[in-house]
Write a protein that binds this ligand. Structure first.
Ligand code: G3I
Length: 321
């Protein structure tokens, strides 16, 4: 039977996964699964500001370089995640220590140093992650407080300046189907485009936790972003049930949903889907108490012993048709 990567390669589809640098270094079976079953990868944490910035004046590219080099050695594309986010800023980074102008200069230097370093190896960036709050208003983050909504404009322009060839994405969760939040994301990206911001695409994270978005509505949502001239990618997919409520046929239901989302991608011309992790044992859901208490921790294509699940076969099936 073909691997996922073989069927994905066969139809020029980027099937990716979020990769943990330590697991890639320490676990040979994890490494082999990443290399043989996926043709794209997203560093799960290594390209975020926190891990990259041990201090104000230093960068630590060790893990990011290892992941980027692994991808290059295995002919895999890399999604750079993520340059500007309110989460996982460095522990030493206390915003009140800086003026607005110092924050702006700090952010510019961060974006341009990181994008510049990977100019030839990272072709797609989540430039800004999760700028819209769950109620549809702009999330009031340190960057928003310092620069207003234009922090998005500046971040995309700074990235574009050092890598004009990169595909620059806005990435968010809970905006997968047509809903109040995706309406707000739509309005935001429309404003950015109207202001001439070099935005190329929208990343739908598709963390399907408990309540899953209707794949038909996802397709409708994809189409309206495409109508703005934007590409769309599914960037962080995982599929979980409410804890303690999984039905007897949970694995089959999960498989069917993965297949339906892949079908929606293929129907709309979306050519990239990333699962947020390789195997269930390493899912982030298991390491976050407020998530592991609410959702089942088996959201991925491989089970906790790294064996393909029904969802794996559903993805292969969808990509084979
Ligand atoms: O590596 C350090 C370790 O050295 C340290 O001892 C330990 C305790 O502080 O922390 C470890 O880092 C953790 C890291 O995961 C690696 O395991 C961070 O604390 C922890 O916050 C981090 O969680 C990540 C989370 O984003 C927050 O950044 C998850 O792995 C990652 O799956 C999750 O991914 C996010 C996307 O980036 C954005 N969309 C939502 C998605 C799920 O939350």
């Amino acid at each position: 039977q073909d691997s996922l990567r073989e069927v994905a390669d066969g139809r020029a589809f980027d099937l990716g996964t979020a990769v943990d640098a330590a697991a890639l270094r320490d676990d040979v079976s994890y490494r082999d699964t990443v290399r043989t079953e996926f043709n794209a990868l997203t560093p799960e944490n290594a390209l975020k500001m926190g891990p990259l910035r041990p201090s104000l004046n230093t960068y630590d590219f060790t893990d990011a370089d290892a992941l980027v080099n692994f991808a290059r050695a295995n002919d895999m594309t890399v999604r750079g995640h993520t340059l500007v986010w309110h989460n996982q800023t460095p522990e030493w980074f206390q915003p009140w220590d800086y003026t607005d102008d110092q924050l702006r200069r700090f952010l510019r230097e961060h974006v341009q140093t990181v994008v510049g370093r990977y100019r030839r190896s990272v072709g797609t960036w989540d430039v800004v992650n999760e700028a819209v709050a769950d109620d549809g208003t702009m999330r009031e983050t340190v960057w928003y407080d310092a620069m207003g909504e234009q922090y998005l404009d500046r971040a995309f322009e700074w990235a574009n300046e050092v890598n004009p060839d990169a595909d620059l994405y806005y990435n968010d969760y809970g905006a997968d189907a047509v809903n109040e939040k995706s309406d707000a994301v739509y309005d935001l990206v429309e404003r950015l485009l109207d202001r001439g911001v070099p935005l190329d695409g929208v990343g739908l994270q598709l963390h399907a936790l408990g309540e899953w978005p209707d794949p038909d509505s996802v397709a409708e949502n994809v189409r309206r972003f495409q109508a703005l001239g934007l590409d769309v990618q599914v960037t962080e997919m995982d599929v979980a049930f409410p804890a303690g409520e999984e039905p007897d046929d949970a694995l089959e239901r999960q498989a069917e949903f993965y297949g339906d989302v892949l079908d929606a991608c293929l129907d709309t011309g979306v050519d990239t889907l990333v699962t947020w992790g390789v195997d269930d044992a390493r899912s982030w859901i298991r390491s976050f108490r407020d998530f592991s208490e609410r959702y089942t921790g088996d959201p991925l294509l491989f089970d906790e012993r790294n064996r393909p699940k029904p969802a794996y076969r559903a993805v292969r099936e969808a990509l084979s048709t």
